[in-house]
Design a protein around this ligand. Sequence first.
Ligand code: BGC
Length: 350
Amino acid sequence: MKAITVEPKKPGTAKYMDIPEPDSNEGSVLVQAVAVGVCGTDVEIVEGKYGWAPPGQKHLVLGHESLGRVTDPGSVGGFKKGDLVVGIVRRPDPVPCPNCAVGEWDMCRNGLYTERGIKEIHGFMSEYWRIEPEYAVKVDPSLGILGVLLEPATVVTKALEQIAVIGRRSFWEPQNILVTGAGPIGLLAALFAKIYGLDVHVLDMAETGIKPDLVRSLGATYHTGSIMNLGFRPDAVIECTGVGLVIAEAIQQIGANGIVCLTGIGHGGKAISSAAIADVATMAVLNNNVIVGSVNANKRHWYKAAQYLSRADRSWLRRLITRIERPENFAKALQRGPDDIKVIIQFSEA
Ligand code: BGC
């Protein structure tokens, strides 16, 4: 069968090649790939900056934002032939650390977790893949191809849960939330925060086009420019850009008792002096602020995200997928155009 593979840490090695059919020890459920979303992590892996092949192997099959159709459900797990499923990305570390031991692999303590398509386990960019039934999540069949948005939706669900849990440390009734970055994570965060009933504000660089349209059609407010000019101090921020300046402004502008949740993975930018760090800390102390990082998602988040996604307006979700590429054109899928939100690679009909 065909798969999109890469030799991790070697830029320019991604290719669409023949690999053996998935082995039954990779899971009892056999799935035909429908589509796989592409994200910044895939680009980093292809650029040789991130990613690990399975032990003893040269290639890693890419892809962690999956959607597939069950072709052989196996004898356990309650799946039926034809079910639309998405594969959970992370597996607990083998020690296991206390968090992995209780199913919180997203909070792994020792870094020995593995991740499909990223860290030591093959991903989902192959015509067929196998999965353990306990790591396959059924999606509402009426979502069709939109089920491919479930993985980014789980990352958002965890971030919102982190904010809600931290907020419980005192009396706190957040009225508004600022989302920085109107990419797939930011827009799904705006959608879910609306479902929570918050006054949602989204800030991005794009002055016109699909991003402001999508935000406004949710009934949220769209901003460009500096967070310092918003005209209010947000109760919570979900930071989805990974850009140093945006992060610094979010931390300076957060309201008293407010929470800044960082989800973006960025690199570089200006170094901050230790004196400036002390100023940031003083502000956080005087305002009881929390700055929290959030990565990945556990089964609870996958379950909740699947519910939220199934409640969302299908035509709005469809607009998030701005481009669909064939597997042989994977290189084009990895290049993000100015109007791209989510690009997916489609392997078969939904
Ligand atoms: C994925 C997460 C993963 C993280 C770090 C993200 O792109 O969505 O599931 O934990 O990368 O590898």
